[in-house]
Write a protein that binds this ligand. Structure first.
Ligand SMILES: [Zn+2]
Length: 424
């Protein structure tokens, strides 16, 4: 049984001599085993710690020698083992959580003096230099020739940049780097994103600029990234639309969408309450969704789009007594019924055509289409003019589900009283 991790050895007696420990944690290999030649399965079991400075290793007897375990953060690869003699605390971090758990259970067996015949113990041999080398946390690959094919990516990476390597899809080995905080795959040939980012639950920055992305899948917009992703750069792709599920990325602070082919922004954008920086230069935006009025930004750049001429407010009243089809579709959205293309057949298009009113309800054919203008200075502290004449007034369209919503919106389009749109 052997794991590699960072270990800090704390001597509990030092404070009583008014002494402070110098230094910090070092990369170490921890193993549990018997000394070579110590009588087969009967010899004493030791925990051995090898570091770069002491590759032969310090040994701690295990049987009845552990005072306490601290395992509250074992899921994050951290734990502490408190020995009685010598009075040392081994503070472990940067370990693989699964390996650490099984390592601790073997240590526990050794401490209790249980039968270890079913456990693979190690030989307590000195560690090699590579085993106690501090692991890399950053990696940059900017050339196809340097792309690791046989060696793999170190699991300790927190920042990975792989640019200009003509990658057509995200390497599944990258999706297992659970320590990653920042992933930069700009300048490749990515066409799609994988659905499952569930292991990258610490990722806060994702740069995917200058690829060939045409769609952001639903799976990407759910899972841990909803809570962790602060920065998303999708500039220079081929996106034509963003699904309503995209707004589930509620932790986003910075969103870059420059140089795509977007005709509109999702109507649930007000759900992303942390957003402070939006840039969508050089798209095909014609109007902004009404929910945009509820954002509170620091910087906004929507120049180089195809905004329609903003005129006086106009409403097209299409409120009718709803058809059975519309009632059924509304119920599906309201109760978040999960459906597939197989279930609903040709109605899929109808279901996806739903427009979200600012009150949160979804409306289909029966609605009021209200076109008005939005002074962008109302939603952001810094704004770039949307055209060459220096205008900061953008057209804004709302779909309102009922007469009362219509009247409410007419009275005050900037009202923060509107419920935040939820996404089904
Ligand atoms: Zn409404």
């Amino acid at each position: 049984m052997r794991i590699c991790c960072d270990v800090d050895v704390v001597n509990r007696l030092l404070p009583s001599f008014n002494m402070k420990k110098k230094g910090k944690s070092s990369r170490a290999q921890l193993s549990v085993g018997r000394k070579p030649g110590a009588g087969g399965n009967t010899g004493e079991v030791f925990l051995m710690m090898c570091t770069k400075l002491d590759r032969n290793g310090a040994k701690y007897q295990l049987r009845n020698n552990i005072e306490q375990y601290f395992t509250k953060f074992v899921q994050q690869g951290k734990a502490t083992i408190r020995f009685q003699e010598p009075p040392h605390d081994l503070v472990i971090c940067q370990a693989d959580p699964i390996q650490l758990k099984s390592f601790l259970s073997v240590v526990r067996l050794g401490h209790q003096g249980n039968d270890l015949s079913k456990v693979t113990l190690s030989s307590l041999a000195p560690a090699s230099a590579k085993q106690v080398e501090r692991q890399r946390t950053k990696m940059v690959v900017t050339n196809r020739k340097d792309y690791p094919i046989t060696t793999g990516f170190p699991i300790s990476l927190t920042s990975l940049r792989v640019s200009d390597c003509t990658l057509k899809r995200i390497d599944s080995r990258m999706l297992r780097l659970y320590n990653l905080r920042s992933l930069d795959l700009s300048g490749n040939h990515l066409k799609t994103l994988p659905d499952d980012f569930s292991r990258l639950d610490r990722l806060s920055e994702l740069r995917l600029a200058n690829n060939h992305l045409e769609d952001i899948p639903v799976g990407f917009c759910s899972g841990p990234l909803c809570q962790t992703l602060n920065l998303l750069d999708l500039s220079g792709n081929r996106l034509k639309m963003l699904r309503s599920e995209f707004c589930q990325l509620e932790a986003l602070v910075t969103l870059k969408l420059d140089s795509n082919e977007l005709c509109c922004l999702p109507h649930g954008i007000n759900r992303m309450t942390q957003l402070r920086f939006i840039s969508a230069v050089g798209n095909k935006l014609q109007t902004l969704p009404a929910s945009f009025t509820q954002l509170r930004l620091e910087n906004l750049d929507l120049s180089g789009n195809e905004f329609i001429q903003a005129g006086p407010s106009s409403a097209i009243d299409r409120l009718r007594f709803p058809s059975l089809l519309e009632c059924a579709a509304k119920a599906i959205h309201k109760h978040r019924v999960v459906y597939t293309e197989e279930d609903v057949g040709h109605l899929l298009r109808y279901l996806r055509s739903g427009k979200r009113c600012l009150c949160g309800n979804v409306c289909f054919t029966s609605h009021v289409h209200y076109l008005t203008t939005l002074d962008l200075r109302q939603v952001t502290s810094e704004v770039t003019a949307i055209d060459q004449r220096g205008s900061v007034i953008a057209p804004c369209e709302a779909f309102l589900c009922s007469r009362s919503c219509f009247e409410k919106y007419q009275r005050n389009p900037y009202s923060s009283l509107w419920k935040k749109s939820s996404v089904t």
